[in-house]
Every structure is written in structure tokens, then in C-alpha cells.
Write a protein that binds this ligand. Sequence first.
Ligand code: DAK
Length: 258
Amino acid sequence: MAYENIIVEITDHVCLIKLNRPKALNALNSQLVAELSDAVRQAETNDKVRCMIISGCDKAFAAGADISEMSEKTFVDVVTDDLFGASLLPIQNANKPIIASVAGYALGGGCELAMMCDFIICADNAKFGQPEINLGVIAGIGGTQRLTRFVGKSKSMDMHLTGRFMDAEEAERSGLVSRVVPLKRLAEVSLSIAIKIAEKSQISVKAAKQAVNRSYETTLSEGLLFERRVFHSMFATEDQKEGMTAFIEKRDPHFRDK
Ligand code: DAK
């Protein structure tokens, strides 16, 4: 698939996917979403890729679903097309880690896209929000569910009912983002974090991602059992022997994903 709305680059085992509709503040139209999903699917099966980053431009990660594309749609249209249903599953279901690197606006579907990723690093100019209430709709790609899990009911309700934006400092304080960095350093810091993840045993990376995600889906006791069993299974890998031996021998481990 030829990409017109995203730019994809692979460097140091990291696939950088940059949303590239800056004039529309990276509003998520169907073509951009199709390209993004395709890029993630390709990265998932590319052995050279061990981590992904989704980013936007300095002014906007994504200012939401494309309102001009959506405005005339009917109920039957959105149900029939399953708007933003299956098309975003490759991101939600990715096995490889995906970092959202957010500068500027991450609103509506843009905020939801960021939350679909494994974690969010943002620039100090980031603004998060679920302003769909101002358009006479509500969040539709997971905002009411994921934002509530990130920041709790009170703040999530505030965001969804008033449509207000949350700045980077509040987003970090509330647990929505893992780190805030100066805008100038966002790309560099995001890449260095992704490279760090890419250097780990990919078996452990996948296991850690699955175990953390399981905490959203199950009870504590089931989650603890899942984690323990996955931990036990790591002892069947060469990378566990290498990691622990390297520690004892006071050297860096050389993981082979085996
Ligand atoms: N869609 C389309 N175009 C957009 C856009 C958007 N979401 N956001 C910005 N743009 C365009 C503007 O129209 C403008 O285009 P031109 O007029 O230059 O052609 C250009 O980007 C620059 O925007 P502004 O001139 O407005 O820039 P400002 O700096 O003044 O303001 C802003 C920036 C981000 C505060 C403002 O643009 C804004 O409020 N944008 C809309 C934010 C928003 O409401 N986002 C939520 C979108 S609704 C569903 C699932 C999910 C969804 C829907 C259905 N189903 C399952 C059925 C999701 C819905 C949403 O995300």
C-alpha cells in the first residue's frame, strides 16, 4: 500500500510511524486510519522491527476523527461501515510494543489512539481531551473506557462531560502519560526508549506486555496467576539463562529471542 497520510521509517529495529496530515492537525480520516493499520500490520510481521512509535507533528498528534468526513454520515452508514471498529484492531492487538509519542493536540480519536498504544510519552506542549460532547456525540474508540482506567472516574467524567483539555503536567500527574519531555527532545527521547525496548529479549517483552494488559481484563487473583505462570515459562528460554548469567558475570546480556 502506498502511503499518503503517514511516513514510515525503520531505524535501529524501531518502526517510526508519523501521522502526516499536518494541515488538518492529523485528523483521522479513513484513508489515514487504513494506512496506519497497514503500517502496524507490516511492522508486526517484519523481523527487523522490535518496537514501534506512533507520532504526529509538533502541533498535533491527532486532533480527532475527521469531522468533515464524518459529519454527513447517518446511523446506518456508521453501523454498516463499523466506523473505527475493525480498522484499528491491528493497533489494539499488536504483539510488538507501540509507544505513542505525543506533541500538541491529542483529542477525541487522537487521544484514544494514543491510549490504544502501550504507553504515552508526551511533549510539554501536549493537550489531551475528549471533546466529542461539543459535537453532539461521545467518544467512540475507547475513550470512556480507557481514559477512566488511566485517570479514574472523576477526572474522566470531567473530561468527557465538559470537553476540557488536560495539559502535559496534569496528564503526567494523573497517570495518563509515563513521561513529559521538552518538545525539542520528544523524538530523540522516544526513539531512545524504543531502542532500549528493542534491545531486550523479545520473548520477555511480549510476556510483559501481555501480563500488564491482562490486568485490565481480569480479577487480581487470576491476573497474579497468569503473571506467575508466564514468569515460570520464561525459565524454558535461553534468554533467561543468558540474562541471569550475564548479571552474575557482570556483563551485558546478549539476548537471542530464544
Ligand atoms: N477534523 C477535521 N479537521 C480538523 C479537525 C478534525 N478533528 N481538527 C482540526 N481540523 C482542521 C481545521 O478544520 C482546520 O482546517 P482549515 O480550516 O485550515 O482547512 C485545521 O485543521 C486547523 O485547525 P484550526 O484552525 O481549528 O486550529 P486551531 O489551532 O485554531 O485549533 C483545535 C486547534 C485542535 C483546538 C481545533 O482545531 C479543534 O477543536 N479541533 C477539533 C477537535 C475535536 O473536536 N476533536 C474530536 C473529533 S470527534 C466513532 C468513533 C470515534 C469517533 C467518532 C465516531 N464511532 C465508533 C462511530 C471519534 C470522534 C472524534 O474524534
